[in-house]
Design a binder for this molecule. Structure first.
Ligand SMILES: Nc1nc2c(ncn2[C@@H]2O[C@H](COP(=O)(O)OP(=O)(O)OP(=O)(O)O)[C@@H](O)[C@H]2O)c(=O)[nH]1
Ligand SMILES: [Mg+2]
Length: 483
């Protein structure tokens, strides 16, 4: 069988997963087993859809913030790759860098187009997505906005980091603002950096409005961490507590009163600290840095459990929602067709009865007359009745099916489920099932064996959770924990 785009994408996905987490590689196969069931049911389109690609396999952590706040320096330090992202005192990078794990020795930079072909992203065809959100000419200039960096740091296993250009609400190009928004929406964790050297946070009200005020009312607001960076520089000239207090007030004015506000500096870049504050500042920065790193680590581990949870949810959804819905539609169709036909038969019998009752004709007499016409034989009458009956039967089957489909479009709000149910229902209302509608019971592609198959997939979930526990609790004492 020819390989579909989906097959290629899955193959690619497994190759990447193999390098990072072999358990998840097996989980892909389980998703594919569910795919096969859904294809047979007609619920998923075999060339275009797969449960496996609906999963966000690599969680995203994005790093946003003001110009020169130290975003890139923070990423380089976290990954222990001093040369990964360019850093400097004035804005040098105006691209979003999407940073992924790769097992080559060196860091490699690939153009934006490479992002499309990489199945690690939680969205299919990112360039298309970004073209939609960015300027009209963004498609040609996608390379000016995005680049993909492949980096061998083990810390990147199981996650994607995004470094963004410095944020300045006044000078920001519309497209960059929209891309930032899109990335924020897709991220599992967002680190928002501020530069403690700017003593007047009030002067950047618009920027704070964008980076803070718009984030606090979101349902996923706990994914945002606010970080005041370069605390070492500020400690040299000002009282650091006052700087923090000024920032806390500025943030409170934008509405941020809860949630943690971290104060850090980068130990690789640290200027000499005054003795009276050195210990205090260093300790605070260290614990805050550890907390931030722990949140980042957690994202990688959480995703493995989340993916397995999704496998369980998908199998249960198929068994407990989709199948009953398809069955329900089929029953509705079958009953309505049968009742329409019974009603129609009843009406015809009544009409014939009425005709006999209101005319002088008798049943036997009419019968004799029909046969007596000589041109029509008994066989021909039988065949005619059969053909008209069959035609009517198929027509009624079609009409009722169309009626049910029309209702389905308003009954089911979720687009993907609606499309899937429509496709599965169409598959079940073909000529064969229309002809033998009385025997229609189980949806096509659903049998006791399929049920067993789903049970097996559900049974494997506990097994995977156990394997992950073993991996992350690391009972062997080995240091290399895959994420
Ligand atoms: N003293 C000190 N300097 C820092 C710290 N973090 C970063 N820097 C310096 O600040 C400058 C800006 O750092 P970057 O990491 O390039 O900042 P950025 O936020 O990525 O900047 P853009 O991408 O241009 O917005 C560089 O010269 C860094 O060496 C820190 O914690 N303390
Ligand atoms: Mg930078």
């Amino acid at each position: 069988m020819a390989q579909t785009k989906i097959d290629l994408r899955i193959k690619n996905l497994k190759e990447h997963l193999k390098k990072e987490n072999d358990i998840l590689c097996e989980v892909v196969d389980k998703f594919r087993e569910l795919d096969k069931i859904a294809y047979k049911l007609g619920f998923l389109h075999p060339d275009k859809q797969s449960y496996a690609i609906q999963v966000s396999w690599w969680p995203m952590i994005s790093v946003l913030g003001t110009y020169s706040a130290g975003k890139s320096t923070f990423i380089n330090h976290y990954l222990n790759q001093p040369k990964l992202q360019r850093t400097g005192t004035h804005a040098i990078d105006n691209k979003f860098s999407i940073i992924c794990y790769g097992d080559n020795k060196n860091v490699s930079t690939l153009p934006a187009i490479a992002i499309d072909a990489d199945p690690r992203f939680p969205f299919y065809q990112i360039s298309q997505e970004l073209t939609n959100v960015a300027d009209d000419d963004a498609e040609q200039h996608l390379d000016t906005y995005l680049q993909l960096k492949i980096c061998p740091s083990e810390k990147l296993q199981g996650k994607i980091l995004i470094d963004s250009p410095g944020f300045d609400a006044d000078n920001q190009r519309n497209s960059t603002l929209r891309i930032t928004q899109h990335i924020v929406d897709l991220s599992d964790l967002v680190l928002v950096f501020f530069d403690a050297r700017h003593p007047e946070p009030g002067a950047m009200r618009d920027t704070l409005e964008h980076l803070v005020a718009k984030t606090i009312d979101r349902s996923d607001s706990n994914k945002f961490l606010y970080i005041l960076n370069q605390m070492d520089s500020t400690a040299k000239d000002d009282n650091p507590e006052e700087v923090v207090a000024a920032w806390t007030r500025a943030l409170a004015q934008t509405g941020l009163v809860t949630g943690r506000f971290y104060h850090i500096f980068n130990p690789d870049e640290c200027v000499e600290l005054p003795e009276n504050v050195k210990e205090r500042i260093e300790k605070k920065s260290q614990t805050d840095m550890e907390d931030i790193h722990a949140r980042m680590e957690q994202i990688g581990i959480e995703r493995s459990y989340r993916v397995i949870g999704m496998l369980e949810d998908t199998a249960k959804n198929l068994e407990q929602n989709i199948i009953p819905q398809i069955k329900g539609l089929l029953q509705r169709w079958k009953q309505r067709v049968i009742w329409t036909e019974i009603s129609l038969d009843f009406i015809v019998i009544c009409l014939i009865g009425l005709w006999f009752a209101t005319t002088d004709n008798t049943v036997a007499g009419t019968w004799q007359q029909l046969i007596g016409l000589g041109t029509i034989s008994l066989g021909t009458i039988g065949a005619l009745v059969f053909i008209v009956g069959l035609w009517l039967h198929l027509k009624i089957g079609d009409m009722v099916a169309n009626n049910i489909l029309k209702k389905l479009q308003t009954e089911i709000t979720d687009e993907q489920t609606r499309e899937g149910l429509t496709r599965a229902f169409n598959k079940n209302t073909g000529t064969w099932n229309k002809l033998f509608i009385w025997f229609v019971d189980n949806p096509i592609g659903w049998s006791r064996k399929t049920q067993q198959h789903i049970n097996e997939v559900l049974g494997s979930v506990n097994n995977y959770v156990q394997k992950l526990n073993d991996k992350f609790t690391n009972p062997s004492g080995s240091n290399s924990i895959d994420k």
